[in-house]
Design a protein around this ligand. Structure first.
Ligand SMILES: [Zn+2]
Length: 343
């Protein structure tokens, strides 16, 4: 084989990965960050966080302010037809034992949610991939943490609506606002990250950070008949779960929660958990669950990686554990899901 022919596959691969080898807007579609970027911009102690990351707080008045930019600048291509419903799991090619751990970072208008550093620190210490679905307002109230998650190659981020709106109750313009504000807030933080990276001489590493969120998670798992179509037109795949990882966490011990997850685990599963310090046992559950799933031969992937590994299993309506079991939230929270509990 001539030198020219042997180099051709490398060149093609390079073009595919970078979308043009060094072009200004190029980024690697399968990459979620850069260790160089992460460790240049933050010291280990900063990444590890502190106790001040944990507290949740009630605000004196609900924070209804929009982000500094309300429309994303980047448009995404529409979602392919096979992924236009609500994705609960994937059937991996060859039965490969892969599983996606996902953590929601929910924050409604009247509250500040926390950041459960022990979960993130554990995942980093064991090189475990995961996906974080962040509320747009959460990203605004936790900009440094959000940028750390964005920069970390282990983690994918997804859209979890601006103030946790119940999309089943919202009209199209309200749904678009919840989602677009969050896309725009992510872009604002991406731009801030890029500015910091350039200042520290690692601007090129930004080609490895996702410039837009490409997946979304329904707050409360709630949708109506139009939601899937709207999300598909916005280019966002809806990622539900096949295992409600913290189900009945108040009534169950951590060992019982581990067993609950193991009983439901199967190749291509998606596990729902939270990293906003609202559920109280997740930080104890995650290390045990990762260990037990690892013993059973499971590999951890992000949701976008999972979607590339086999056909998606979809449903028409989201739920927690069984169809219909989340409808009660429609009357539980004010402001179409964005405010506090209705007394
Ligand atoms: Zn949520």
């Amino acid at each position: 084989m001539s030198l020219h022919r042997s180099l051709l596959p490398i060149l093609v691969l390079c073009l595919l990965i970078l979308g043009g080898c060094g072009g200004k807007s190029a980024y690697a579609p399968d990459s979620f960050g850069s260790r160089t970027l992460l460790h240049t911009l933050w010291f280990d102690g900063q990444l590890a966080g502190s106790e001040s990351d944990l507290p949740r707080a009630a605000l004196p008045v609900p924070d209804l302010r929009p982000p500094l930019r309300t429309h994303p600048l980047r448009a995404l291509p529409p979602v392919p037809p096979a992924r236009q419903q609500i994705i609960t799991s994937v059937i991996p090619d060859g039965g490969r034992k892969i599983i996606a751990l996902t953590f929601d970072l929910c924050e409604r208008a009247p509250h500040l949610a926390g950041y459960q550093k022990d979960i993130v620190n554990f995942l980093r210490s064991r090189n475990v991939k995961a996906t974080f679905f962040a509320g747009g307002k959460w990203m605004r109230t936790h900009p440094d943490k959000a940028m750390q998650l964005m920069a970390d190659p282990l983690f994918e981020m997804g859209n979890h609506a601006w103030t946790h709106g119940n999309l089943a109750l919202m009209d199209e313009s309200e749904v678009r606002e919840q989602i677009e504000w969050t896309q725009a807030q992510y872009e604002l933080l991406f731009e801030e990250l890029r500015m910091r990276a350039r200042k520290r001489g690692v601007g090129r590493e930004m080609s490895r950070v996702q410039p837009s969120l490409r997946t979304m998670r329904l707050p409360y798992g709630r949708n109506n008949e139009h939601t899937a179509e709207i999300m598909a037109s916005m280019g966002l795949s809806i990622i539900q779960w096949s295992i409600e990882g913290e189900k009945d966490e108040r009534a169950r011990t951590v060992d019982q929660l581990v067993q609950w997850n193991l009983d439901k685990a199967q190749p291509g599963a998606i596990i729902l958990m939270h990293a906003n310090a609202v559920p109280q046992k997740t930080q104890e559950l995650v290390p045990l669950l990762v260990r037990e799933l690892g013993k059973r031969g499971y590999e951890f992937v992000t949701v976008s990686e999972l979607l590339e590994m086999g056909p998606a299993v979809t449903v028409r309506d989201g739920y927690f554990d069984k169809p219909g079991d989340n409808r009660y939230v429609d009357t539980l929270f004010g402001g179409k899901g964005t405010l506090g509990r209705v007394k």
